[in-house]
Structure formats: structure tokens, C-alpha cells
Write a new protein. Structure first.
Length: 367
């Protein structure tokens, strides 16, 4: 009799236990299961962004701020301003042996500042970032003895006034200056998620706007101590679609390797100015030409480095530190006007590229 009563009791306990376990499993399956806008079912992915504890007195709601210190080195194509030659004869010109003189840029400091928000909707995040970077460079060469400096900028019509050759401007001294200024604003919408236990991806799309300025000044001093000055100024402002992919490769606790790549295609306005002056002429400018044009400018950026992240402040804040190498390339951004022949009204346009590489230290705080 006791056995007959014991069996239903055991069955009831097992049923209750398995029912609770079944409810727990169904809850876990609901967390993993998603229904797409196309009404298809699939598996949800774990978010790779910080999950803060709202019960610890958070001062904000899923906001994050970031700041970066940049130490970059730019390279601008098309900065050649002189040709240093030896044993130059203006009557025969050739044979000619020498080397090109172009602008040598300095390593310069810059900064980035950003503000972002983590949405509850599907784990999306929005990020707005401002970038500021400037750099200068200069180079010079001198003639004397059996060496000469042949100007690569400026018209032969200027050379006729002070040199023996009507095709070349032979200078005693040549010096080139170049200044670069970059201001950029980027907006991204993305989602960070794990695709395995230690690998996270962060695809993103958005818009990027940039204001980039170039200024080049080449100055030549002839044997008669007269000066020739050539100035080029180029200002670009544009906006276009932006897309990218970030990766995190976790290998040791809170440390990880990161690798990011992103690209933009900006459509904007080029405002180009070209001036040439000669010290012997009473007028200030012998030649002054302006051009306004629209064009597409493609850009690609990559970064690779080491990252560290940890929770702090009773788990209501999250700190992320990154140190890495950045490389950036912008096509056809350095636009210049080339005056080939004034009498025949022959003008040309030079389109050169800009590359930047260097070290970036980034800090981000989620709160």
C-alpha cells in the first residue's frame, strides 16, 4: 500500500521538477530565438557591448564618450618644387643629373572626440566623432659652384625675365612650404556581437563629412637676387556614405587584439587657387587663376592594435583602452592648377593623393 502511494508522489515530484526545468529551457530558447522582418526564425547573437548594472546608481542611460590622441605622419603627393642638378648648362640643358626636392612633413599631434548611445532595439549603437589634425612641412635646396636648382613650379614666361633659358627657371635658392589641415565629422550606426566565444564583429554604416585644406608655397631666388613666388591653395568640403567593420580577438582575460577597416565615398566641392609673382614686376600678381569643381573622393582607413577593457564603479561603468597603428589613404584630394602655356591658354589640372599613418591612443567610457 505504501509503495502504491509512493510511486504517484515520486511521479508528481519528477513532473514538477521537469516542468520547472522545461520552463527555464523555453525561456533560454526564447532569448536565443529571433523572428526576422521576413517572418523567418533564426538564432540570436550575443552582444559584444558592455552590459551595465542599472541597480548600482548609473548616472546615465547607455551613453558612452571617447577621446583619442593622434601622433600621425602625412605624405602628400605632388609636392615636388625643385630639381637639384650638378654641372648644369642652360645652353644644352642635357645631359642632366640630379634629384627631386619634395616636402618633408613632420610627425604631428591631433585629436578625436566622440559621443555615442547604445539602443535597446536589437543592440544597435550610434556614434558621432570629430577629428582634428594639422601638419606642416618644408624643404630647401641651394645652388652654387657646379650645382643649380631648377624650379619645377612657375611659368617659363617668368623665367624669361631673369634667366638665360626661356624654358627653365634656374635658381640660386629654392624653398618649399606645405601646410595641411583636416577637420572631419563621422556618424556611424552599428551593432557589436560575438560570432564565437572569443571573436566579436562590429559592422557599421553611416555618413562622413570632411573639410580638408592644402597650402603650398614655393619660393625661388635667382642669381640676380630676384624672387619668384608660386602659391597653390586647395580647399575641399564634402560628404558621403561611410561603412566599416570592426573586429575584436580576445585572447587573455580583458586583453584583446583589434583590427578595423572602413571606407567612405565623399562628394564635394574643390576650391583651387594658383598665384605666381615676380619681384621685378610692379603688379603684385603676374598670374592668378581660380577653379571651382565638384568630384567624388574615395577614402579607406585601417587600424590594428592592442585593447584592454574592464568594468569599474560597481559595474555601472565600463572602461576601454586602445593603442594601435592607423593608416589612411585619400585619392585625388590634392588638386592643383598647372599653367603650361599662357600664350596658348594651355592649363592643366593635377590630382594627387594623401596618405597618413601613425599611432593612436584611444580611451572610451560607457556609463
Amino acid at each position: 500500500m505504501k509503495i502504491k502511494l509512493l510511486i504517484p508522489t515520486i511521479m508528481f515530484c519528477l513532473t514538477t521538477l521537469y516542468a520547472d526545468r522545461l520552463v527555464e529551457l523555453e525561456s533560454q530558447m526564447d532569448q536565443l530565438r529571433i523572428v526576422t522582418p521576413n517572418q523567418t526564425c533564426g538564432a540570436n547573437t550575443a552582444l559584444a557591448r558592455p552590459i551595465l548594472d542599472p541597480e548600482c546608481g548609473c548616472c546615465g542611460a547607455n551613453f558612452f564618450v571617447s577621446a583619442s590622441i593622434l601622433y600621425w605622419h602625412p605624405k602628400v603627393s605632388g609636392t615636388e618644387f625643385a630639381y637639384g642638378v650638378t654641372n648644369f648648362d642652360p645652353e644644352t640643358v642635357v645631359p642632366m643629373k640630379g634629384c627631386l626636392k619634395s616636402i618633408d612633413f613632420r610627425w604631428s599631434w591631433g585629436l578625436k572626440a566622440g559621443l555615442g548611445y547604445n539602443f535597446a532595439h536589437d543592440g544597435w549603437d550610434a556614434f558621432l566623432e570629430y577629428t582634428w589634425f594639422t601638419s606642416r612641412g618644408c624643404q630647401s635646396t641651394c645652388g652654387g659652384g657646379n650645382s643649380s636648382a631648377i624650379a619645377l613650379r612657375g611659368l617659363p614666361i617668368i623665367a624669361e625675365a631673369d634667366t638665360e633659358s626661356s624654358d627653365l627657371l634656374v635658381a640660386k635658392k629654392a624653398k618649399g612650404h606645405f601646410c595641411l589641415a583636416i577637420n572631419a565629422l563621422k556618424f556611424e550606426l552599428g551593432r557589436a556581437f560575438y560570432v564565437s566565444e572569443y571573436l566579436a564583429l562590429h559592422p557599421k554604416i553611416g555618413l562622413k563629412a570632411a573639410w580638408i585644406g592644402f597650402g603650398q608655397h614655393a619660393h625661388y631666388v635667382t642669381a640676380q637676387a630676384n624672387g619668384v613666388s608660386v602659391k597653390d591653395c586647395n580647399r575641399f568640403s564634402g560628404v558621403g556614405p561611410h561603412f566599416g567593420l570592426g573586429t575584436e580577438w580576445h585572447f587573455c582575460g580583458d586583453f584583446y587584439l583589434y583590427g578595423d577597416i572602413c571606407g567612405s565615398l565623399m562628394y564635394g566641392l574643390f576650391n583651387v587657387h594658383h598665384k605666381e609673382r615676380f619681384s621685378l614686376t610692379p603688379c603684385s600678381n603676374l598670374i592668378r587663376i581660380c577653379q571651382v569643381r565638384h568630384a567624388f573622393v574615395p577614402e579607406i582607413c585601417t587600424s590594428l592594435g592592442l585593447g584592454y577593457s574592464t568594468y569599474c564603479g560597481c559595474d555601472n561603468m565600463h572602461l576601454r583602452l586602445r593603442l594601435g597603428f592607423d593608416a589612411q589613404y585619400i585619392w585625388r584630394i590634392n588638386q592643383m592648377i598647372e599653367v603650361k602655356d599662357v600664350s596658348a591658354l594651355r592649363f592643366g589640372r593635377i590630382s594627387e593623393d594623401l596618405s597618413i599613418h601613425g599611432v593612436t591612443f584611444d580611451i572610451r567610457l560607457d556609463f
